[in-house]
Design a protein around this ligand. Sequence first.
Ligand SMILES: *[C@@H]1O[C@H](CO)[C@@H](O)[C@H](O)[C@H]1NC(C)=O
Ligand SMILES: *[C@@H]1O[C@H](CO)[C@@H](O)[C@H](O)[C@H]1NC(C)=O
Ligand SMILES: *[C@@H]1O[C@H](CO)[C@@H](O)[C@H](O)[C@H]1NC(C)=O
Length: 441
Amino acid sequence: MSSCVAILPLLVALLSTLLTATTAVRSSTLQLARPRPVTPNAGAPLTAWAASLASQSAADAARVVMLAAGPPANAKPKNKGRSFVPIAPGRQIISIPNYVARARLGTPAQTLLVAIDPSNDAAWVPCSDCAGCASAPSFSPTQSSTYRPVRCGSPQCAQVPSPSCLASLGACCAFNLTYAASTFQAVLGQDSLALENDVVVSYTFGCLRVVTGNSLPPQGLIGFGRGPLSFLSQTKDTYGSVFSYCLPNYRSSNFSGTLKLGPVGQPKRIKTTPLLYNPRRPSLYYVNMIGIRVGSKAVPVQQSDLQFDPVTGSGTIIDAGTMFTRLAAPVYAAVRDEFRRRVRTPVAAPLGGFDTCYNVTISVPTITFMFAGPVSVTLPEENVMIHSSSGGIACLAMAAGPSDGVNAALNVLASMQQQNHRVLFDVANGRVGFSRELCTL
Ligand SMILES: *[C@@H]1O[C@H](CO)[C@@H](O)[C@H](O)[C@H]1NC(C)=O
Ligand SMILES: *[C@@H]1O[C@H](CO)[C@@H](O)[C@H](O)[C@H]1NC(C)=O
Ligand SMILES: *[C@@H]1O[C@H](CO)[C@@H](O)[C@H](O)[C@H]1NC(C)=O
């Protein structure tokens, strides 16, 4: 142990999260959209906007493939069962597609902007001395009096994917992961983690040691997936496996959104649909989407294109690291066709991966996702169209998912379609809730 601690400083040893074997495996194939800004700048040439949209869209597609491809506490809060954490779109602040929160790690606290990823179980932060990490703020384990490396053979070490034991570090537990276009090696460690006011005393996370590629959120990530090592699982005794978020508009830079942890303070009246567990992708939040309306009309779709299937992993998930909703190709086609029919204005040229764009002002029909319950979530224009701030172009902000095999049947309800709504993940009671809430100032 002492050698593990003593050498730690040489390497980076803080690490962070913990991952479950399943989580880790899934994480290893989970794609995070590439961190490129999509927000059109005022006055920016339309081509640049189109390029950034295309880039985001391609990144979303890659993430969807990766989401689909996966094989399948000790907290001491001030107000037990309740915490409100401000969140903001990372794209405005550090050019990543995820929403971010401020985390304080260690003693004294070191502040990092971490990506909040509900489709991931892992947590990790860049540590000082990391080879290949972005030159963003990083965590220095040696500067924290409460950091502890996790040793080989400990229960936490057994939960990471393919753990290895770094003899050179005195038997510290390490693991390798692939995330989007990056791979990394991290050592497992524990330290106090604070999101807003609550402190999780011994949070287990990965301390990045070696990184290749540039797809990792520069200041770290906290997974809010369902696996045993996610934030939710590690804080189960405090927050009871319940959280919700309200994602502010993707253009906002204020931390005006909130991540609410725990059952206290959640909306009392919220429409809910059962949360489904898909053993093929155990970290993801599946729901049963049973139909989609454009305006008042239910579009014709085969139930098989929406079907939840624990064997193939098909179905519908809620994700906040993908920006634009991806629907199974036949479902998207049905939505798009009805949308165009109602708009009754010729579409302009496709732009940035979107095929339903307009260069004149149109009257935008609502789009309604219908879930088992039944529960309907009707999206206003803000959640339906993406607007160029430079030119008068607006596009239907959804696209068809990958056209191949099993991935083809995964519908991903993404952040653009969730912004300014509260989305409740009540794992304890097996439900997901939606309500309109303006959280963009
Ligand atoms: C893990 O990553 C490290 C650093 O890049 C590398 O040296 C090692 O071979 C990797 N281990 C495995 C099992 O891939
Ligand atoms: C951010 O919030 C502050 C106060 O909460 C407000 O004054 C400011 O206008 C906001 N800025 C934006 C861009 O919303
Ligand atoms: C708008 O789109 C229409 C339909 O594609 C096209 O004919 C027209 O030239 C476009 N106008 C501008 C200003 O781009």
